[in-house]
Design a protein around this ligand. Structure first.
Ligand SMILES: CSC[C@H]1O[C@@H](n2cnc3c(O)ncnc32)[C@H](O)[C@@H]1O
Ligand SMILES: [Zn+2]
Length: 431
């Protein structure tokens, strides 16, 4: 007896371009059958007539608890945004704030079809607890900074290591841990080398911001006589264990290094547009064979949300106008970035509907005016759909939302607690 059978649906496996009518069978957290029909029975049958079932989205770069800063300090460049607004405000964040901010992020992601995400932040025990309680899958890292006031490299690194070891494989394996050196401009080269050594030792990945702004590029050239990619490569830092967020200010040589080392890139087009950081050379990276996935970044530097549909649409449109070529980043390729490439970047068996893979699955309700009629499902998902079209979200074979009803947490309680946390923050931080 299976746990769940989703029937009467159009199945987009992401293994092929085809959309076929059929069933998806789930047992013990895993997809056990994807077929036209099944002989099996299940504890729960989801009749999703007319809907599309597909892999859930993988958001490969965010700072989930920053939902509490949604709409605070918009329309400001990155350096000023971080130094004058976000970092001072983060000084006032409590453990409870991080917990409820992350829970709010998970609620928003579940409702908009994201099943896994990569996070780098502070108060990570509370972030991890919120992920565990929500039922989502995540690759979590404590954000490490050794430059600047009141920072002790050794204390920070040991906090990062403690987190990696305490939470590795927790929540029935839904939590993966990583090291999270914030960026080459906030971490010294010696510190970056130490982080790499610990990550190798603990056999975990590394999540880092790289070349997000021109100001980082200039600072690195001034300080080291080379860009961040060359510095990281000289340190022996780059490899398939590295998830590099942003990668906006890359030369062709940098792209070749990323490809050669097998580094995974998280492209965050909305954040890059909002902070006016620039346009990442995504088509060139993809042409060269770099694995480029999609991320929202924290929702305070986004369209103020965590909706991967918006991220996909923005990516597709941005690179068309940037290259003056409408054939660049077609819908199918963007959909792959948001699913299969993201899963590859996190090293998880998700991102496709395939036997033996994690049952991280969403159902998109196509019975909507803006999704009617359908000629090409990929186009619809990228250009016409939005997060609010997701009716059902399943992670690790557990239903987190069914027929638009979130069943893994008390939605109203999360909203109330998030409002209270935000009021407390405003009081303490005086924004
Ligand atoms: C030390 S934990 C992570 C740290 O990153 C900050 N952050 C959020 N968005 C960005 C971004 O786009 N570039 C660089 N740093 C960012 C966040 O506020 C945390 O302090
Ligand atoms: Zn970020």
């Amino acid at each position: 007896m299976a746990d769940i059978i989703i029937k009467n649906v159009y199945v987009l496996t992401m293994d092929s371009y085809e959309l076929t009518q059929g069933v998806v069978v789930i047992e013990n957290g895993t997809i056990t059958e994807v077929a036209e029909s099944t002989e099996q029975d299940a504890d729960q049958i989801i009749d999703a007539k007319g809907s599309v079932v597909m892999p859930g989205f993988v958001n490969t770069h965010t700072h989930a608890a920053m939902t509490l800063f949604r709409g605070y300090a918009d329309d400001i460049p990155l350096d000023e945004w971080l130094k004058n607004y976000i970092w001072p405000a983060e000084e006032h964040l409590t453990d409870e704030d991080a917990y409820i901010g992350t829970k709010l992020a998970c609620l928003e992601m579940i409702k908009s079809g994201t099943t896994s995400f990569a996070d780098m932040y502070i108060h990570m025990n509370d972030v991890a607890q919120a992920v565990k309680d929500s039922g989502m899958r995540a690759a979590l890292s404590y954000g490490l900074i050794d430059l600047g006031e009141n920072r002790s490299a050794d204390v920070e690194l040991s906090k990062g290591k403690q987190f990696v070891l305490d939470w590795k494989g927790e929540a029935e394996g839904r939590i993966i841990t990583m090291y999270g050196p914030h960026a080459p401009y906030t971490c010294s080269e010696g510190f970056l080398s130490k982080v790499k050594k610990e990550a190798n030792h603990d056999r975990v990945g590394i999540h880092i911001h790289v070349l997000e702004t021109e100001s980082e590029l200039n600072q690195m050239k001034q300080q080291y006589g080379m860009c961040s990619i060359n510095l990281l490569d000289r340190l022996g830092f780059l490899g398939p264990d590295v998830l590099a967020a942003h990668c906006v200010w890359l030369s062709d040589d940098d792209i070749e290094i990323l490809r050669g080392r097998g580094v995974h890139v998280s492209h965050n087009p909305v954040s890059n547009m909002k902070l006016a950081s620039g346009v990442a050379p995504v088509p060139r990276m993809l042409d060269r064979g770099v694995n480029v996935s999609l991320g929202t970044d924290g929702c305070a530097s986004n369209n103020n949300n965590l909706d991967m549909f918006e991220e996909m649409k923005t990516a597709a449109l941005l690179h068309k106008v940037e290259s003056l070529d409408p054939t660049v980043l077609p819908a199918r390729q963007v959909l792959e970035m948001a699913t299969t490439s993201g899963a590859r970047a996190l090293g998880i068996k998700s991102g496709v509907l395939r036997e033996g893979y994690n049952a991280d699955v969403i159902i998109v309700d196509m019975n909507k005016p803006h999704l009617t009629p359908v000629y090409d499902i990929h186009s619809h998902l990228v250009y016409s759909a939005s997060g609010s079209d997701v009716s059902t979200t399943i992670v690790d074979g557990r239903i987190l939302m069914q027929d638009y009803e979130v069943v893994c947490m008390d939605e109203q309680d999360v909203l109330d607690r998030a409002r209270t946390a935000a009021s407390g923050l405003v009081e303490r931080a005086k924004f």
